[in-house]
Design a protein around this ligand. Structure first.
Ligand code: ATP
Length: 260
């Protein structure tokens, strides 16, 4: 594994009966990268994401977090080591405020302390840390609202805040733009770009505007297999990617958006 890799998958496979949902996939995610996984429907992106997060067991292959083999670890054990995911379907406490949702995550990071006389001081620290994370995610003005009162886009922001509050080394974003309006997606793009540079981000995403707006590396999956990993301009220029991605002749509209 190269010195710069925060995460590496090596020969990773997951079969469902005879279906090879993910087959012998290998690639590295560099330290500090914003790395996206794309591919047509059924390409194996969600399965790959679940294998990396630890929600699914691999049929074969390995997952490395920095130099550590985490393949046999549960999702929780991986999260404790800094490999933290957001969920496509919200895992927020909807009746708790945005601040309380983040405070719970901060508290988990600190661990529960048993000295009751320090409770007031501890709460002050939790509030301050939670508010700092909310500010980072442009949600500070919503801190006192219940998560249930937030818009869909704001909830997705809050999910990232909750994940970020655990101090991840690698943040896994599961289709963050799913169900978002165009405006929300654009706002979310700024959030991803503004995440701390020492946090490595791996996102699985359908929205190519978001992908090409944030990613410095893109992995393309096709029919369970790894097709290409490279910088956005290389992916855009690849005939194989365009054909695989669209499966059609008219590729002229693909990959025209975004900087990179
Ligand atoms: N639990 C499962 N049991 C059986 N087959 C599955 C299971 N999960 C996924 N598959 C199959 O594995 C293949 C890859 O699915 P996956 O959801 O990983 O692809 P994807 O690229 O995320 O697709 P999409 O873009 O539509 O979300 C598909 O053919 C899917 O039907």
């Amino acid at each position: 594994m190269s010195d710069q890799a925060a995460l590496r998958v090596e020969g990773l496979s997951r079969h469902f009966g005879s279906l090879k949902a993910v087959e012998d996939v290998s690639f590295e995610v560099r330290q500090g990268s914003r790395h996206a996984v794309i591919g047509p429907n059924g390409a194996g992106k969600s399965t790959l994401f679940a294998l990396v997060a630890g929600a699914l067991r691999a049929t074969s292959g390995r997952v490395w977090l920095r130099g550590d083999d985490v393949t046999s670890l549960s999702e929780h054990a991986r999260a404790r080591r800094g490999l933290v995911r957001t969920f496509q379907h919200s895992s927020l406490f909807l009746t708790a405020t945005a601040r309380e949702n983040v405070m719970l995550a901060v508290q988990r990071r600190h661990g529960v302390q048993a000295q009751p006389w320090r409770a007031v001081a501890r709460r002050r620290v939790l509030v301050a840390e939670a508010d700092a994370v909310l500010e980072q995610l442009f949600l500070h003005h919503r801190a006192g609202q219940t998560a249930g009162a937030l818009s869909h886009g704001e909830r997705r922001q809050l999910e990232v805040a909750v994940a970020l509050a655990t101090s991840p080394s690698v943040l896994l974003l599961d289709e963050p733009a799913a169900g978002m309006s165009h405006a929300d997606t654009q706002a979310f793009q700024e959030i991803v770009l503004g995440l701390p540079s020492d946090v490595t981000v791996l996102l699985v995403e359908h929205d190519l505007d978001l992908v090409f707006g944030v990613a410095d590396q893109v992995t393309v999956m096709q029919l369970g297999q790894h097709l290409l990993t490279g910088p956005p301009e290389e992916v855009r220029a690849s005939d194989a990617v365009q054909k695989a991605y669209l499966g059609a002749e008219d590729t002229s509209e693909l990959f025209l958006e975004g900087p990179g």
